[in-house]
Design a protein around this ligand. Sequence first.
Ligand SMILES: C[S@@+](CC[C@H](N)C(=O)[O-])C[C@H]1O[C@@H](n2cnc3c(N)ncnc32)[C@H](O)[C@@H]1O
Length: 202
Amino acid sequence: MTLFAQRLGLGRIGRGLLIVLALCALAAGGDAGQAFAQVAAARAPDVPYEPTPHNVVAQMLQLGQVRNGDVVYDLGCGDGRIVIAAVKKKGARGVCVDIDPERIREARANAAAAGVLERIRFLDQDLFATDIGEATLVVLFLWPEVNLKLRPKLWRELRRGTRVMSYVHDMGDWKPQQAMTVQGRLGERQLYLWTIAAPRGR
Ligand SMILES: C[S@@+](CC[C@H](N)C(=O)[O-])C[C@H]1O[C@@H](n2cnc3c(N)ncnc32)[C@H](O)[C@@H]1O
């Protein structure tokens, strides 16, 4: 609730008012009260939705060397286009994670239309609370500070040899194994690739 209020740019008084309103709505009961409480409790996305262009998705599959047997996680999957392209072309399995239920609905519908629904799991949840241990390739299109916040989790949960790919933003002082310039929506952008290997700091 406090985070939600912060996202709305509310100060301490505003946050207090929001909590009082939520408590009143809950006490009043009924659908309106429950709906208000759910909205107030929902966590806002760390990064707004912006899809990776399709031409870049194709280059991601090449850079990530997606292959049969891969388990591809897109942490913040949007409409699911990266995971769908990976499982469709290369026979991998995938997991789409997004905190926005609308995105997950869209990703599921797109996977159904592409005929790959059974190859993908859809998780409507916070990427920071997602178990990513089975991934062999993790794809990110987030923000720089979110990438940095994610580093300890990647390091802790991913197995040695797992590839991590990020569109646009790097991982601070993690030196990429490969970087590729691609044509993004607003000009040239970078695609970065790392492999979880020997200890390198978090
Ligand atoms: C820039 S879009 C990238 C979409 C997709 N990966 C692509 O490249 O086309 C970022 C996505 O991350 C999702 N997101 C932001 N914060 C999140 C979080 N904490 N947990 C899960 N998803 C999140 C947003 O809802 C949005 O769909």
